[in-house]
Design a protein. Structure first.
Length: 217
């Protein structure tokens, strides 16, 4: 499984202030969990339903300096939620595919198919797993922004931060990052442009956000 910009964005953007225990839902290669550990989270549970993803995540975690901070679990979010306590932070780069489209790679299809991890379940279950001051942070296609905000409202979440992401100046917004909380009505909305002019020539904002996680940025 490849490391994608979505995971890098979420792992770099989300607030980790006062985060002792975090949960990474659908951890894939373990990228976001490793980023949270690098940024100071004290303990991270990383879960995924896909066996190949878990094998790779465990390998990446074991080969890192953060192996004692991260525990990788081969389990669905729905099953895992029955056994766990409260978290300071829950993050997810959830699946984007609809029920009418599955990729050719069946393993990746299981991990990414929206039926295994729908947004409404992420938000509803996360509410029960967060501590009173905890955060739920997600990244998703910008076209789903209204739907996700509505689900958050139904489940009594308040918006703490929103970031609308544009790949280039000439393209429309394509991703949205969001932090949800149960205890504040204060909200901040911002925009992020990744590549202002040419491919791989990143904006100052993107470089500032992600430079700690690239070798050559």
């Amino acid at each position: 499984m490849k490391v994608g910009t979505d995971g890098v964005l979420l792992g770099a953007w989300v607030s980790v202030e006062n985060v002792k225990i975090a949960l990474d839902i659908g951890c894939g290669t373990g990228l976001i969990s490793l980023m949270l550990a690098q940024r100071g989270a004290e303990r991270i549970d990383a879960i995924d339903i896909d066996e190949n993803a878990i094998i790779q995540a465990k390998e990446n975690v074991d080969n890192s300096v953060f192996s004692e901070k991260i525990k990788v679990h081969h389990v669905s979010f729905q099953e895992f939620s029955k056994k766990t306590g409260q978290y300071d932070l829950i993050v997810s780069n959830p699946p984007f595919y609809s029920d009418t489209f599955l990729p050719d790679d069946k393993s990746r299809g299981i991990a990414r198919h929206i039926s295994t991890l729908p947004f409404d379940e992420i938000i509803k279950i996360s509410k029960k797993m967060l501590n009173p001051n905890g955060l739920l942070a997600l990244i998703f296609p910008f076209k789903l922004k209204s739907e996700v905000l509505n689900l958050a409202n139904i489940n009594d979440f308040n918006i703490k931060r929103v970031c609308n992401v544009k790949p280039t100046l000439t393209k429309e917004y394509h991703r949205c990052l969001i932090e949800l909380t149960l205890n504040t009505n204060e909200s901040l909305e911002e925009d992020l442009l990744i590549e202002p002019e040419k491919r791989h020539q990143y904006s100052k904002e993107y470089i500032e956000l992600t430079r700690d996680f690239y070798l050559d940025l």
